[in-house]
Ligand binder design. Structure first.
Ligand code: F0G
Length: 351
């Protein structure tokens, strides 16, 4: 029997590691691409969902983090730092533990989902809450990296995107071709840039013969690409993508334009509705930010802009269990209480 070896070992020939580098793994990658009949019917296309919440720390960040952390370890770093809206810090904390490195995380105070905060805590990161937003945190992290012996593991570290591009390889492997359209949420814009790099490299390597359009979706209150300039005070229920000044700006614009794609916005209500639909009609529980791509697809369909029969892959980026407060706030939580009695239980179920 064969066990998945993690993205660095599985895709080593596509990654810039030297022979002597130490390659870490916590079993990241190899996530399923699942057909979503409810979505396919709704939009008149063939929709597949890439479930990145099944990574070891529950988000796609593990692909890039295993790569950046392996490089940092191989180059003799002793400490790493990142700014985060929660998932990057959860992943950094876990992989720093695996690497035996000290990890410091800078988080916007009061704007991190509880599950993500718990991950940084249990993995033993130095947790610094900043009285500012993600963009402020990233600025501090960059300066710490420049002025102190500490390695930055945000997606401005090129090894992050190198690791993250493996998700595109997996989608192409699962479909046997590149999809016609690849959809994903956009925050700091690393992931859309990494997928585009992955699809291009896989085609150049002869594994596929076409490229998808890249469709990115931002939360309306945090949509700098739609505005065409940074947003000073981003706000959205999808805290993971509450970002006003994306670091990978130029790469994301290139992915959008070179792929003949788009980056558009969806409202918080559309995001919450899409989260509910994924959980209730497809069977996949994602965090709010991860539903932005699905909300975007539905919006495009309403406008009649989804090509009939197209093969569409959507990345859902993070596990719903990370932020149960937001999800539960959308449901009636009044419990049905019965005595210890079969008849009462049967009646309550409606049998
Ligand atoms: N979805 C989730 C669940 C995220 O955590 C993020 C980013 C994104 C989408 C957007 O991806 O930044 O590559 O465009 N989270 C970062 C973090 C910023 O700190 O965890 P992106």
């Amino acid at each position: 029997a064969h066990q998945w070896r993690g993205v660095l070992a599985e895709y080593r020939e596509h990654l810039p590691f030297a022979e002597n580098d130490t390659l870490l793994t916590l079993g990241e990658g190899g996530t399923p691409l699942i057909p979503a009949p409810a979505l396919s019917t709704a939009v008149g296309a063939e929709v597949h969902v890439k479930v990145e919440g099944m990574n070891p720390t529950g988000s796609f960040k593990d692909r890039g983090m295993v790569s950046a952390m392996s490089k940092a370890l191989s180059e003799g770093a002793t400490a790493v730092v990142c700014a985060s809206t929660g998932n990057t810090s959860a992943s950094a904390a876990a992989y720093a533990t695996a690497a035996g490195l000290t990890c410091a995380v800078l988080l916007p105070q009061g704007k991190i989902a509880a599950g993500k905060l718990a991950q940084a805590v249990v993995h033993g990161a130095k947790l610094i809450q900043v009285d500012g937003n993600f963009d402020d945190c990233l600025e501090i992290a960059r300066k710490l990296d420049a002025e102190h012996p500490i390695e930055l593991v945000n997606s401005v570290n090129p090894y992050r995107l190198q690791g993250q591009k493996t998700a595109a390889f997996e989608v192409a492997d699962a479909l046997g071709k590149a999809p016609d359209i690849h959809i994903l949420p956009v925050g700091n814009a690393g992931n859309i840039s990494a997928y585009w790099m992955g699809y291009r490299e896989y085609r150049e390597a002869g594994h596929t013969d076409s490229l998808p359009q890249m469709w990115g979706f931002q939360a309306a209150g945090a949509a700098p690409f739609v505005a065409g300039h940074p947003i000073p005070d981003p706000e959205t229920v999808a805290t993971a993508i509450r970002i006003g000044a994306p670091a990978s700006w130029h790469l994301a614009v290139e992915a959008r334009d070179d792929s003949d794609g788009l980056i558009d916005a969806v409202t918080d209500q559309q995001i919450l509705d899409a989260q509910k639909l994924l959980a209730g009609e497809v069977g996949i529980f994602v965090e709010p930010a991860s539903a932005a791509g699905v909300a975007g697809l539905l919006q495009q369909a309403e406008k009649g802009l989804v090509p009939a029969g197209a093969t569409i892959a959507i990345t859902v980026t993070g596990n719903g269990l990370k932020d149960i407060d937001t999800a539960m706030s959308q449901h009636d939580l009044t419990p049905t209480v019965v005595p210890v009695d079969i008849a009462a239980a049967a009646e309550a179920i409606g049998l």
